[in-house]
Ligand binder design. Sequence first.
Ligand SMILES: Nc1ncnc2c1ncn2[C@@H]1O[C@H](COP(=O)(O)OP(=O)(O)OP(=O)(O)O)[C@@H](O)[C@H]1O
Ligand SMILES: [Mg+2]
Length: 465
Amino acid sequence: MKRRILIVDDEEIFLVQLKMALKGMGLEISTARNGTDALHKLEQKDFNIVLTDLKMPGMDGLQLLENIRKSYPHIYVVIVTAYGEIPQVVQAMRLGAYDFIQKPFDINLLELSLKKILQTHALMEENVSLRREVEERYDFHQIVGKNHRMKRVYELITLAAGSDTTTLIRGETGTGKELVAKAIHYHSPRKKKPLITVNCVAIPETLLESELFGHEKGAFTGAHNRKIGSFELADQGTLFLDEIGDCPLPLQGKLLRFLQEKEIRRVGGNRIINIDARVISATNQNLEEWVKQGKFREDLYYRINVLSIHLPPLRERLDDIPFLASHFLKKYGDLFGKGVKDVSPEALNSLFQYHWPGNIRELENVIEKSVVTEKGATIQRFDLSSISEASPFSRQTNLPLPLDTGMPFREMKEGLIHAWESEYLKASLSKNRGNITQAARQSGLNYKTFYEKLVKYGLERKEFL
Ligand SMILES: Nc1ncnc2c1ncn2[C@@H]1O[C@H](COP(=O)(O)OP(=O)(O)OP(=O)(O)O)[C@@H](O)[C@H]1O
Ligand SMILES: [Mg+2]
């Protein structure tokens, strides 16, 4: 069956352009000139995707999106925006848009976005029972959340579990990347075989190669015995490469070789060993930027990124807080044998006020602490004192924001970020008296990233001793 897409824009030229561009995708294309017209068309026919401009006279893209979410929640909405409409885009994503494309649009990006939707569709049709599971449960294999963006995550996990595709999981620290990697493995046909995790940042660079590929006896000083590496251990199973962004460049070439040839060689060995391992990787780094800076190989980037799953930060899915809170309340209530069953409305409310830079891990820690200290059955208040001190976002900030709209948006944003990062690093180093390890830990960055930022901003630890 052909999928149907409705393109909505008030400019005829744009409608024509898009129609031409999407011709090859095998979609049945209809068009509408404004929001009202679009709703009318939606009433008459069943559509799968709506691609709409944001700015239109009468009912604009946001209002149309709201209407669609209410009446046709199964339709995927992709927003087309003009440069600089960031607040509207943020709002659209909150309202449930699937994706957004900037004008003048890059047709490849648009195709990619639509292809992902079509793939998900196909899978969902194939797998009706899983689909029911996705729709009905608020949690998905221990991953809690019913925000619409989490539902997309569940769909993608299902897709990844069924397809053996090399998958990249992205998201800030504490958003559940490892949890997702596990969910994929344990729902894939490889579930009875091992899931081996290697954290590329936790293992010193010099040891990482032999950790991954193993070594032969005598391969280097200290190699007294043969070592079997993670790739071999993961044979027929899954290898989870955590923090792949931090994998050193020389090793990146070797990873690429595995992904292309499915074979490895132990350090100091000549024999080529064939391995059947599925690779899932995760990162909280901006890999695209790293590719640009030459720190991450572009060819490897494409190889690991065949299917990507993006986990939203907690601040963009605050509606999941009650579900997460009750999940952790039960978990720690049971673990510590405490009868804490509930959270008072005031206490719950305080959780919504906070910005959660450490995401779900941070929420979990806060609840764990409260369960331990609570004497009654209901948590009356959370101890967010340490948090509110650390969070400038929960209060009014006094950062000076020079708003010169005569300057290009990007330039202005980068300038501000630059200034802010450098101030942050200085404050963090002086608080920790030049101790980089401690400062990095406190800031939630890994040592390497923190150190590289210091170099970038020309800061030296000795100035802060
Ligand atoms: N959606 C969720 N539902 C329930 N628990 C979650 C969810 N997301 C994360 N957690 C819990 O939060 C903690 C952090 O998750 P996880 O280790 O998977 O995050 P991560 O993205 O890998 O973080 P990092 O980048 O710091 O390694 C874990 O204890 C995990 O069980
Ligand atoms: Mg992790």
